[in-house]
Design a protein. Structure first.
Length: 764
């Protein structure tokens, strides 16, 4: 039932979208045909084929196909060159065959390499062109064909000169009134909630209202009367037989003319390029963010061009203007474009006289609103904030498309974007990171995803700056292409330069091909915390210093970047820990995170309230004595729940496990209770939350000190290592609100007995 309901809702949206699409597509088809110096009916045929044939074969949900904007100049030139429209139709058929071959060869992958910024610029430029082109039509200046997407118009005027004519009085009062009212209605429809949720599409109301006003103004006469030049002009066919007289068929006798194939290849390439750009742009503005398969789309476009050429139509391509109108009209599936094709066919046959009553100014209003949605000021501002490397190619592409031509502008945009990409890679082909290790500093050089010959100088400089006698790692895991010149330079540096300068060089992430052809080996040579031969260097003072530095990085949010996979491989082999840390289970943050350590750098023992039980002592002795950790940290924390619960239990004479069946909890509570003088119970009745927290923290502080003392008294093995200087034991408090660690005291065995409350250089 839910599936059927969803299907009905989808069909309803698609029907509404097809009506809007039909009203916009009709004048565009006529305008493009007129701009191409082709028969008007050829544009209608292309619209029908693009809607029905391509709509059925395509797997795109939102893209709409029809006569192509970017081909008008090429089509007009080819028709003039061959001298007949019939010869040109053979060109269209062969171009369709080429597109079918491109789709079957899966060459649509080129769409993946279209820079995103060019797609954004394409959308914006089409929006700007729509706005500039439709303003004259909106106000009744209809000297040029509807839908001509070019800065230079067919009457040798330019977009801006056409706009200037409006200020010279070359506009129509009645048409302008309809156009402005159409804009107001479309804007209000989006602002009023119940209208926006209505199942009736706003553009349909605009067309009905515009047609009614046109008839009303006709009765008023004078300047209000709207002439035929301001209305849609569809060729009138008397039924199906009358439609046949408009059909033109290709001249197959010219198949041996080599110029036919040259022209077909040009049209196939331009049509495919415009389709791929429009497909990518349509997917970007699709609210559901669905992805259209480019190879399937090129195949469908090829079949569409074959059919269009067979019956006298213009070349077809996916166009962003129609696609954006379809998406803005809530089109959900390809059913909307298929219905649009059937509407074009049916209305052209049955009711052309009614279509010819629609004012062009209300159609212009629909397209003008679509243009504003494409050329969104928000998108322009966002791109500007992304910096000059994004905004410069974006604005250059927009200007090129608006002032020159769609196809030429796109090619300029691709070239400019490629130049900026190469320039960025030339400046930033790598990143250098200094990693601090026990054996010294390691310079980590991370290569970019593409390394070309332009990057050679920067990489060479980075290699020369590696200090003599240091450790270095060149990481190529994110790189899928490296220029052979750069590989040869790396090989020479690894085999000759690095050994001569005493540099311990490691490589990681280079593909098997590079290893075989250039003898580059992926191996890690530099030492880490875990190296056995550095264990004697890990004095308690050194380890404590490392923990302080790590906590400072954690507290300030500047933790080190680490290779977790490498760390996992390192932990497979047993290695000595930096420290053993006894902490409470309550703070929830891990020891490795608090001290910014690698995996396995610390042995972590966790128990409520840092209680020193026999099991805990066994774990501490294993880490400090058997594994030889040079530092033992007893770490409490602020606002400790275990301490707070113990205070409540002792001061109220109520067992902590009174409300549960926890038989072993009393042992932990009794250990913690040693830190609490029963005489302090009056302080536990503090009403202020802040004072209560301070009291709990003070008890936690005392509990840490007693835990340190308990370890020294209870473990002979740990006490002897402290006495020999091989181990230090230190208390610490972790502030859960700031992330800061406050180290309390160092304890050593002096003259056979532990010393407490001794000030030391470890004290913070």
């Amino acid at each position: 039932m839910n599936r059927q309901k969803l299907k009905r809702e989808t069909v309803g949206h698609d029907v509404k979208a097809s009506l809007v699409l039909f009203l916009v597509t009709l004048p565009l088809c006529l305008g493009i045909a007129l701009a191409s110096n082709a028969p008007l009916v050829s544009g209608i045929i292309s619209g029908i084929v693009g809607g029905i044939v391509v709509g059925v074969l395509s797997h795109s949900h939102s893209s709409v196909t029809g006569p192509a904007f970017g081909l008008t100049v090429i089509v007009a030139a080819q028709i003039a060159h061959f001298g007949s429209f019939e010869a040109f139709l053979l060109v269209v058929i062969i171009a369709g065959l080429v597109q079918v071959a491109i789709g079957l060869c899966r060459a649509g992958f080129i769409a993946m390499f279209i820079p995103t910024i060019v797609v954004k610029a394409f959308l914006t430029a089409i929006g700007v062109i729509l706005i500039l082109n439709q303003l004259p039509h909106l106000l009744g200046h209809d000297t040029n064909p509807e839908g001509k997407v070019s800065f230079v118009q067919t009457d040798s005027q330019k977009l801006f000169s056409e706009l200037l004519m409006l200020f010279e009085g070359q506009w129509h009062l009645g048409a302008a009134m309809i156009g402005l009212l159409s804009i107001m209605l479309l804007i209000l429809w989006e602002q009023i909630s119940f209208l926006k949720r209505s199942s009736i599409p706003a553009p349909l109301i605009v067309v009905i209202l515009g047609t009614a006003l046109s008839q009303f103004f006709e009765r008023l006469g004078g300047d209000w009367s709207i002439q035929t030049s301001h209305l849609v002009q569809v060729p009138v066919a008397n039924g199906l037989q009358g439609f046949q007289q408009f059909l033109v068929f290709p001249d197959f006798s010219l198949w041996s003319n080599p110029q036919i194939y040259t022209a077909a290849l040009l049209i196939a390439m331009v049509s495919s390029l415009e389709t791929l750009f429009s497909l990518e742009a349509a997917d970007r503005i699709d609210p559901q963010q669905r992805q259209s398969p480019p190879n399937r789309e090129l195949f469908a476009q090829g079949i569409g061009n074959i059919v269009a050429g067979m019956f006298g139509g213009l070349p077809v391509a996916s166009t962003i203007v129609r696609s954006s109108v379809n998406i803005n009209a809530s089109g959900q599936t390809k059913l909307s474009t298929i219905l649009n094709g059937f509407l074009l066919f049916s209305c052209f046959l049955l009711v052309p006289q009614i279509l010819n009553l629609i004012p062009l100014s209300c159609i212009a209003g629909i397209l003008l609103i679509a243009g504003f949605k494409l050329a969104s000021p928000t998108l322009i501002k966002k791109t500007y904030r992304e910096g000059p490397y994004q905004f410069a190619p974006y604005i250059i592409t927009v200007i090129a498309i608006v002032f020159i031509d769609v196809v030429v502008g796109l090619l300029i945009g691709i070239v400019i974007s490629t130049i900026f990409i190469l320039y960025n890679n030339m400046k930033r082909p790598l990143s250098r990171i200094w990693e601090k290790h026990i054996g010294g500093k390691v310079m980590k050089i991370e290569l970019a995803n593409q390394i070309c010959f332009l990057n050679r100088a920067v990489i060479k400089q980075a290699l020369q700056e590696i200090p003599r006698g240091s450790f270095a790692l060149i990481d190529g895991r994110n790189t899928f292409y490296i220029d052979p010149d750069v590989l040869s330079m790396l090989r020479e540096f690894e085999s000759t330069t690095a050994p001569a300068r005493g540099i311990n060089l490691s490589l990681r992430g280079f593909s098997e091909k590079y290893q075989l052809n250039y003898q580059l080996k992926n191996e890690i040579q530099y030492v880490d915390y875990s190296a056995r031969d550095l264990q004697e260097q890990l004095t308690p003072q050194k380890v404590l210093s490392l923990l302080r530095e790590g906590n400072e990085r954690f507290r300030t949010g500047s933790i080190l970047r680490r290779d977790l996979k490498q760390q996992l491989n390192t932990t497979i082999n047993t290695h000595p820990p930096l420290a053993v840390v006894l902490s409470c289970i309550d703070p929830r943050a891990s020891v490795e995170l608090i001290f910014d350590l690698d995996l396995g750098d610390a042995f972590s023992v966790r128990i409520s309230g840092n209680a020193i039980t026999p099991e805990v002592l066994a774990s501490l002795e294993y880490g400090c004595v058997i594994e030889g950790a040079p530092l033992l940290v007893i770490m409490g924390h602020t606002r400790c729940g275990a301490i707070s619960a113990t205070i409540d239990s002792i001061c109220s004479n109520s067992p902590a496990n009174n409300n549960c069946d926890c038989a072993h909890l009393k042992q932990v509570v009794d250990k913690i209770a040693q830190s609490l003088n029963p005489g302090y119970c009056h302080a536990s009745q503090i009403s202020s939350d802040r004072d209560r927290y301070e009291f709990v923290d003070a008890v936690s502080h005392q509990n840490v000190l007693l835990s340190v003392e308990s370890v020294l008294q209870s473990s002979k093995a740990i006490r002897e290592r402290v006495h020999s200087g091989k181990l230090a034991i230190v208390g610490a408090m972790y502030d859960t609100t700031t992330g800061c660690i406050n180290f309390l005291e160092e304890h050593r065995r002096i003259n056979g007995s532990p010393r407490n409350n001794s000030k030391s250089r470890f004290q913070r």
